[in-house]
Design a protein around this ligand. Structure first.
Ligand SMILES: Nc1ncnc2c1ncn2[C@@H]1O[C@H](COP(=O)(O)OP(=O)(O)OP(=O)(O)O)[C@@H](O)[C@H]1O
Ligand SMILES: [Mg+2]
Length: 336
């Protein structure tokens, strides 16, 4: 079996805005093998969620342009009709959202939302008689409820029978995220797209959730594409890391290489932005992400870069393998 699970090739995503075309993702290449955890790291607004959501066609505003290839298990997802694509979302590929509380429907209990998900996943439209017919089949609902309870135990919810009848407002942030992870697992996915699943949670719960995701990864043989701006977390969980800046990948490689020997000035800046408990001064990066309408020419980071040279604002450097499995796009390392 081919070991490559996902391969994003020269992905470009643009939106029409009142001030012009915003090129939010601009030529991203990313690969993920079976069983791998890959993190996508970058500061707020750099396009991480847009990239992740585009894989599952979850973008709230349809982009004016989305082009090139997103190949999953050998199939280019971008070439599929919606009717074919629907088989992938929530089954082969699942999504864990950024804000757990907002991602559950407030007026239905966990049980109601979970049952509907398991009964009607992959269906585009269900008639009223079919809906109520399936919902009142006691045998089917009984089997489904058993499956839900097992999944809730997998995500370490101990009072699962109680939680089933909770409304979302009765769940803590951590519990809501566990419920969503259980939902994501319910279709036996081979790929999980996790969009900063612990950002809204406090640090102790963050640790529990990431430990749990790691255990589930081994148990269910999952591959995970994990978006985060938390570098400590990325270091802990990932096999490989992609550093994203303003819609482009500027550096990628195996996790130890990236964290022990960061090369791109942006990656170095990100690492120096982490406050140290020892009280040591942290520096950060001056300035903010540029506008996606008419972004800087050449390397998009050049206006903020402390080591920029003339070439940086003229032409984008190419991606170069500087050491084994460590790639960077920067003139300081010979990118042409
Ligand atoms: N519909 C749209 N039209 C125009 N621009 C958009 C649209 N949606 C998103 N953007 C732009 O894309 C940028 C990237 O958004 P995205 O949500 O992917 O950021 P992110 O990296 O996930 O940030 P965060 O860490 O805060 O979640 C935004 O800053 C915004 O400028
Ligand atoms: Mg985001």
């Amino acid at each position: 079996m081919d070991n490559r699970l996902l391969s994003i090739e020269n992905l470009k995503i643009s939106f029409d805005t009142s001030s012009g075309i915003a090129r939010v993702v601009d030529g991203v290449n990313l690969e993920l093998d079976r069983g791998e955890v890959v993190t996508l790291v970058g500061e707020t607004g750099c396009g991480k969620s847009i990239l992740l959501k585009s894989i599952l066609r979850l973008l709230a505003t349809p982009p004016s342009i989305i082009e090139n290839r997103i190949v999953f298990e050998g199939v280019d997802l971008l070439s599929l009709e919606d009717s074919q694509f629907i088989k992938y979302r929530g089954s082969k590929i699942s999504y864990i959202p950024q804000s757990p509380q907002e991602s559950l429907v407030p007026v239905f209990t966990v049980r109601e939302q979970f049952v509907d998900l398991l009964l009607f996943r992959g269906m585009k439209r269900v008639s009223r008689p079919t809906y109520y017919g399936m919902r009142s089949n006691k045998k089917v609902i009984g089997e489904i409820t058993e499956k839900i309870i097992k999944l809730l135990r997998d995500v370490r919810i101990s009072d699962e029978n109680l939680v089933l009848d909770y409304y979302p407002f009765q769940l803590s942030g951590g519990m809501a995220q566990r419920v969503l992870i259980a939902m994501a697992l319910s279709g036996n996915p081979s790929l999980i797209l996790a969009d900063e699943p612990t950002t809204a949670l406090d640090v102790t719960i963050q640790k529990q959730i990431t430990d749990m995701i790691n255990d589930l990864r081994n148990k269910y043989k999952l591959s995970i594409l994990y978006v985060t701006h938390n570098l400590g977390l990325a270091r802990e969980i990932s096999d490989r890391v992609y550093i994203m800046y303003a819609g482009k990948i500027v550096e990628n490689g195996i996790s130890t290489g990236i964290f022990n020997n960061p090369l791109h000035p942006y990656t170095k800046g990100l690492l120096s932005s982490v406050p140290k408990l020892s009280g040591e001064k942290f520096r950060g990066i001056e300035g903010t992400i540029p506008s996606y309408v008419g972004p800087p020419t050449g390397c998009r980071f050049n206006p903020r870069c402390p080591v920029a040279i003339k070439a940086c604002s003229e032409k984008e450097p190419t991606m170069k393998e500087v050491e084994k499995n460590h790639f960077v796009s920067c003139y300081a390392y010979g990118g042409e």
